[in-house]
Structure formats: C-alpha cells, structure tokens
Ligand binder design. Structure first.
Ligand code: FES
Length: 184
C-alpha cells in the first residue's frame, strides 16, 4: 500500500491524507485539494509489486509544499523548497553541524528545489512534522528534534540527518526512487 499526505505551507499546519491501495483508493480529509495527487502518485502497473522502484510526478506539488509517501514500508518526504528555504540551507556553516553535510550533496544538481528524504526521525523513528521547528524544516514532536530545510539535524536528540534515498530524475518533473535511504 502507498500512503501519501500533503502539507501545504501556505495553509499553516493543515495536513491532508490520502490512502492508496493497490487497485483501490480512498481519501480521508481535504479530498478536494489532494485528489489530483492520486493519479500522480499511483504507481504504474509494472511497479505495483512489493519492493519495485516507484516513479512520482512532482508537477502538482506547489512551491513550499511537501508530500509524504510510504514505499517499501517506510515513509519518505518529497519537498518542493522555496528559494528562501534553499538559501537558508546553504547559508549554514557546515562545520557547525552535528552531521556535517552540504545541502548540495543532499539534492540533485539542477533540481535543487527538490529534497527527498526518509521520513523517520533518526532518533527513535517518529515521523517529524513539516514546515515546523526552529529551522523551518521539520520538528519531531516525540522528543524535540529540529531539522532544517535540507533535512539536517540542528537541535534535539537525533544523531544524524534525515537520510536521502537513491533516486534519479527521469524528467524535470518526475523522479524514480530506486533504493531505500541508508539507515542511520
Ligand atoms: S524520535 Fe524524533 S526526537 Fe525522538
């Protein structure tokens, strides 16, 4: 089963949830704004089998918004970053970070606005809340880990950044996720 949620930064902390099951779909909450994502997130018939790579059409994810998908039993964030979010991620002195990693290394060159990460907090595995926290990225409500707009740990107990899975762009607006993010 694929589960997707959509966070709309412009609408505060509102969250819409979609549940897609193989061969059937049901929506919970905020259906009007998230139905368009169904067709874009539904896997091709060839990718329905468990563990297969998945392709996602990103074209309807607005700037500043993110979606969450469940793939191979684990959640992943796909975020369309604003210019200000990218700048904030790159203005940091990497040497000061707990898990030093440049933003450039965590995204694909030429597609800098797209950040794709695992969605389990690297502390004890909760799923952080998007567009929250002291650094504008994510806040994990379980024990207060704050991640920045590159998914890097900035404050709180999480030891490492949100890992980036293996993926590639098959077009300007479409990605193919092929490998799980490494475990922290
Ligand atoms: S699980 Fe996220 S801070 Fe503990």
């Amino acid at each position: 089963m694929i589960v997707a949620s959509v966070d709309h930064a412009a609408e505060g902390n509102r969250r819409d949830f979609l549940f897609l099951a193989t061969g059937a779909a049901a929506a919970v909450g905020g259906a009007a704004t998230v139905w368009p994502f169904i067709s874009q997130l539904a896997p091709d018939a060839s990718t329905v089998s468990a563990g297969a790579p998945i392709e996602l059409d990103l074209s309807s994810i607005a700037s500043g918004a993110q979606i969450k998908i469940l793939w191979r039993g684990k959640p992943y964030f796909v975020r369309n970053r604003t210019d200000a979010e990218i700048k904030a991620a790159r203005d940091v002195d990497v040497a000061t970070l707990r898990d030093p990693e440049t933003d450039q290394r965590r995204v694909k060159q030429g597609h800098e606005k797209w950040l794709i990460t695992a969605a389990n907090c690297t502390h004890l595995g909760c799923v952080p809340l998007g567009n929250q926290g002291d650094f504008g990225g994510w806040l994990c409500p379980c024990h207060g880990s704050h991640f920045d707009t590159s998914g890097r740990i900035r404050k709180g107990p999480a030891p490492t950044n949100l890992p980036v899975p293996q993926y590639n762009f098959v077009s300007d607006t479409r990605i193919r996720i092929t490998g799980a993010a490494p475990t922290a």
